[in-house]
Write a protein that binds this ligand. Structure first.
Ligand SMILES: *Cc1c(COP(=O)(O)O)cnc(C)c1O
Length: 398
């Protein structure tokens, strides 16, 4: 093995902005970390974050919660999903998505993935009759044709929850990801587009659904202190029969996020610049498929995926080994054992699925790398060069 070795750290995010640190320190000095613990006349950081996130997204209502996975489970409960119900979701997604479904006692039904890494419409159409909820995961930031998806789901009376953990700020045909379905759910965990360690956000225009979500999150009947929640009358219809499943966001995290939200669009542009450098560096590599991005898709990528279609597992592992020896960490979604975040639908044994051979072929081919903002564009060019060389060497059977 020869050539340069990359020395960057694939899991190192940028520091929290100083202004956000100061805001968090102010919250700690006040002692009022709980969102409903406010001084007279004071609006809490959590309530202000919700107001600002609603304004940023254009949604009528927003709710800040403890995690992205909690947001997904709360969305399902708010839509009335019950134990034993089936919920459609992507076969290519992350463990917290089927986990959120299982946490309600519902049963995930997996829908296949295409070579563009989006939901397979043909498979979806054959399964739409099984459920009235689709939890659509825009996994790794790849957005399907949302106009077509919503037309299919509307015609079948299937309500759509969008998992926007990787599409905060992305758009399809100009419409923000999270604004197509009835609820959009986001994560503010460290590896996503805003970083509060843990955290989640939900948006919706549906007053009753959002009133239920606020009740579920643990509002202790203090919903009038929210600034982006439905009117108090709406709560009258749901407050006696919606359980409290506490999962609030605290003021400390909200303070960190309010500052980051102001910079979000600029940060997303920096991420995309890195993505485009890797894309340019890998395009045209023999044996390697770069994911085609449609014109209508306005993505916000913080990671990069490519396919080694129809390669044997041994050859893929050889690429992973060779790039690792040169400092480039590739994750393989096709591995038989779940490693880190790279689990496959057939490793979630609590939710058995019929095999999906066409999807298995794609999943076996997916390689993934993170592109944190601590990497420069030159770093990204170097990473792409290393992948190109090592894929080339294995492909040519060196
Ligand atoms: C991170 C993530 C989630 C859940 O977020 P947490 O805040 O970690 O619970 C959901 N879906 C996808 C695709 C994710 O990557």
């Amino acid at each position: 093995m020869s050539g340069r070795v990359f020395t960057g750290n694939f899991t190192q995010q940028e520091p929290i902005p100083e202004e956000a640190i100061e805001a968090a320190v102010r919250v700690m000095r006040s002692g009022r970390l709980h969102r409903y613990n406010t001084a007279p006349g004071e609006e809490s950081e959590a309530a202000l974050l919700e107001q600002e996130f609603a304004a940023w997204s254009g949604a009528k209502f927003a709710l800040a919660v403890a995690s992205g996975g909690y947001a997904l489970a709360t969305a399902l409960r708010a839509l009335g999903v019950k134990p034993g119900d089936k919920v459609l979701t992507n076969a290519f997604t992350l463990a917290p998505v089927p986990g959120a479904i299982a946490s309600t006692g519902a049963v995930p039904v997996f829908v296949g993935v295409t070579e563009e890494l989006v939901i397979d419409f043909e498979d979806l159409e054959s399964k739409l009759h099984l459920s009235n909820v689709l939890m659509l995961s825009h996994m790794r930031g790849h957005i399907c044709d949302m106009d077509r998806l919503m037309a299919l789901c509307d015609a079948a009376s299937v309500r759509v929850i969008e998992d926007c953990a990787h599409t905060m700020g992305a758009r399809w045909n100009g419409v923000l990801s999270g604004r197509h379905g009835v609820i959009g759910c986001y994560s503010t965990q460290t590896y996503k587009h805003m970083n509060s360690g843990e955290g989640g956000l939900m948006i919706s225009d549906d007053a009753e659904v959002m009133a239920r979500a606020v009740m579920l999150s643990g509002s202790y009947m203090l919903y009038e202190r929210h600034l982006a929640a439905p009117a108090p009358e709406v709560f009258e219809t749901v407050k006696y029969d919606t359980p409290n499943v506490s999962g609030r966001m605290d003021n400390l995290r909200a303070a960190l996020l309010r500052v980051q939200l102001r910079d979000l669009d600029a940060q997303c542009a920096r991420w995309n610049a890195r993505y485009k450098v890797v894309e340019a560096g890998l395009t045209g590599t023999p044996g390697l498929t770069v994911i085609n991005r449609p014109e209508a898709e306005d993505y916000v990528m913080s990671s990069f995926q490519f396919l080694l279609l129809d390669w044997t597992g041994d050859k893929v592992l050889e690429v992973v080994r060779r790039t690792a020896a040169r400092g480039v960490e590739l994750k393989w979604f096709g591995g038989a054992e779940p490693v880190g975040f790279t689990s496959r639908y057939d490793s979630w044994r609590y939710a058995p699925s019929a095999p999906m051979p066409a999807s298995d072929r794609v999943l076996r081919a997916i390689l993934d790398l993170r592109l944190p903002l601590t990497f420069s564009e030159e770093d990204c060019a170097e990473i792409a060069g290393i992948i190109r060389e090592e894929v080339g060497a294995v492909y040519q059977g060196e």
